[in-house]
Design a protein around this ligand. Sequence first.
Ligand SMILES: [Zn+2]
Length: 99
Amino acid sequence: MANCPYCGEKLSYKRLLPISWKSRTGVECPNCHQTSYNSADMRKKSTLIVLIIPLLLIIKDLFNIAFPFMYGIFFMLIVGFILALPLFVKLTKKEEPLW
Ligand SMILES: [Zn+2]
């Protein structure tokens, strides 16, 4: 789990969770009350999930998978991603530009 870049305080999963879907949101440290941000590197990686969407659509056509089934897989991927992201978040003091 990520530590506060200012004081090294370990930040809880619950506190980090909003970054998963709001990438431009900072996290306030409960110890020093400074705001830190998800690193640009991690934000780039998290945008990769968007690239999976067209890929899934291609796979769906290739294998003729029923659409509701595909939605199920897609939904699980998104939820899994959002829940797993706080475990891999790296925090920086400043909001880094993405590119
Ligand atoms: Zn702190």
